[in-house]
Design a protein around this ligand. Structure first.
Ligand SMILES: Cc1cc2nc3c(=O)[nH]c(=O)nc-3n(C[C@H](O)[C@H](O)[C@H](O)COP(=O)(O)O)c2cc1C
Length: 508
């Protein structure tokens, strides 16, 4: 189902009993986080919250803030207009089965073809509600001097038309955060060589009324585009949008292969092409129904600027690191815009549902390359990549190791720190069950594989940033061909007939 606006989605959440309105004034600094965190920690992800009276820097904001709108299986399904995320995944899987791929490359190409089957390519329109209000800002000359340390909450520069970044109800999430951070920005860039578009989600620290940080980590597509602009010596147009159809943030965070347009995935999921309008001050396009658009550029020739600390997905603060500066050249918005936000921190948070939904959706792609894979889970405690459970139908010796190597080589699965492979009769979404098999079925020395590779830059435990060790654990039943000479015992299970009889006779 296609939502014409973010408000339309919020109305639907409210009608489904999935949204709580908060009418009292609440500060965007820390107070919203406290309420959102309590909600996100409730069983099943709590409700979405709509703050009707946000207070920014002690002043009321004209824009309400919506948070945790995708933080449960029910709300995710509602955002997709589907019965469940599984139903969407099954449909995509069956579209892809039309022509089995012969390689990983082939499977990814097939994903693109499957998405196009719904004729959901984005299309250009001349105007849209995201431009109901337009403010342009002058681009300053490129900076050559190093940047000064960021002021704690961003201090106003010379007077400029409102709203600037400082009036937007941007959250300062945690006490030791370096300032306020846009936490759900969909960031549009283009490959300067091929013109291919990318939409990624990279947080943005507000430095002042016209600049922010751009936290694209080094392995992400936005960072690759920036490196190419640096080589070419060119300024990089960047457009950031917030709100609109709720599938946009999902598409922006989904680990799509580089080169596959996130707007194609969004169009497929909403069953309708995404309508795009050209930005006012650069040649990028953004969804016409977005709530806010922040246009600008990154000049890769400029010095980087310290970004962070920021209370992150990992549950810890990520330390300050140098990142590019984003200069704002225009802010456009709907008259009745709602500002979407999320918080990250000690799991589980809203991002657990976004990450897990992406795994569910792309399970068919994994299965095409590795037909023995039954299911994959990223438990909340592992915060995406730290811990991955995979169940396989094992038919030959060392198959678990083939899966470990294969997954470590697939896109953002490269960040996986601990990878546990179990047999097909284990429910990987039941962490207790996986740990039981892990402890029972492994000889630690024999069944572990240490290797190394790229690491998530947010991982504070690696000795060097972005590189680190990985541990694969084979918790599957061992085969004689694997050098296991003893008989493998049977798992204790009750006779089904006895179970049925006891069910009939006793209410125990
Ligand atoms: C709430 C949220 C915030 C995120 N923030 C960042 C970030 O600041 N930097 C980053 O590189 N990735 C961040 N990610 C992960 C990326 O959005 C994700 O890896 C995405 O697939 C990147 O897209 P790309 O491969 O097109 O670059 C975030 C994800 C979520 C759910």
């Amino acid at each position: 189902m296609a939502f014409g606006s973010f408000r339309e989605f919020l109305n639907q959440l409210e009608a489904a009993g999935e949204l709580k309105r908060i009418a009292l004034p609440v500060a965007t600094e820390l107070e919203m986080t406290e309420l959102a965190d309590r909600e996100m920690k409730k069983p099943g992800g709590g409700k979405a919250l709509l703050f009707e009276e946000p207070v920014v820097n002690r002043k009321p904001s004209p824009f309400p803030v919506a948070i945790n709108t995708l933080g449960s299986w029910k709300r995710l399904a509602l955002s997709l207009g589907a019965e469940s995320v599984e139903a969407v995944a099954a449909e995509l899987g069956s579209l892809m089965k039309a022509k089995p791929p012969v390689s990983v490359r082939d499977a990814l190409k097939l994903l693109g073809t499957a998405l196009e089957l719904r004729h959901a390519r984005p299309r250009r329109v001349s105007d849209g509600p995201c431009k109901e209000v337009i403010h342009r800002f002058e681009a300053p000359p490129p900076r050559t001097e190093p940047w000064p340390p960021a002021p704690p909450l961003g201090e106003p520069g010379a007077p400029v038309p409102s709203p600037t970044l400082l009036e937007l109800p941007v959250l300062r999430c945690w006490p030791l955060d370096a300032g306020r951070f846009i936490t759900l920005p969909c960031v549009v860039t283009r490959d300067p060589d091929t013109g291919e578009r990318n939409v990624g989600m990279y947080r943005m620290q507000i430095y002042d009324d016209r600049t922010t940080g751009m936290h694209w980590q080094l392995q992400k597509v936005g960072a690759r585009h920036a490196r190419r602009h640096l080589e070419l010596g060119t300024r990089m147009p960047v457009a950031v949008f917030l709100g609109g159809d709720p599938v946009y943030p999902f598409a922006a965070t989904a680990p799509l292969p580089d080169g596959l347009d996130e707007f194609l995935l969004a169009g497929y999921l909403r069953r309708k092409s995404v309508e795009l309008v050209q930005c006012e001050t650069n040649d990028l396009e953004v969804p016409a129904n977005a709530d806010f658009v922040i246009e600008g550029y990154v000049d890769p020739r400029e010095p980087l600027r310290e970004e962070g600390p920021f209370g992150d997905h990992t549950g810890f603060y990520t330390l300050p690191e140098p990142y590019p500066v984003f200069h704002v050249t225009a802010i456009t918005h709907r008259k009745e815009a709602v500002y979407p936000a999320t918080i990250v921190g000690h799991p589980p948070m809203e991002d657990f549902y976004l990450g897990s939904a992406a795994v569910k959706l792309f399970l068919p792609v994994f299965k095409m390359n590795f037909p023995e894979i039954v299911d994959i889970a990223l438990p909340a405690e592992g915060v995406f990549h730290n811990l991955v459970f995979v169940s396989i139908r094992k038919t030959y010796p060392m198959q678990a190791y083939k899966i470990m190597h294969g997954l470590w080589g697939m896109g953002q699965m490269m960040f996986t720190k601990y990878l546990v492979v179990v047999d097909d009769d284990v429910d990987v979404h039941n962490t207790s069950e996986v740990l039981f098999r892990l402890c029972a079925n492994t000889d630690p020395q024999r069944d572990s594989l240490f290797t190394k590779g790229p690491a998530d830059v947010l991982d504070h435990a690696t000795s060097e940033i972005a590189i680190g060790g990985k541990l694969g654990l084979d918790a599957t039943r061992k085969l004689p061909g694997e050098g296991f000479k003893r008989p493998w015992p049977s798992l204790i299970r009750m006779d089904p007939a006895v179970k049925a009889k006891m069910d009939r006779l006793f209410n125990l």
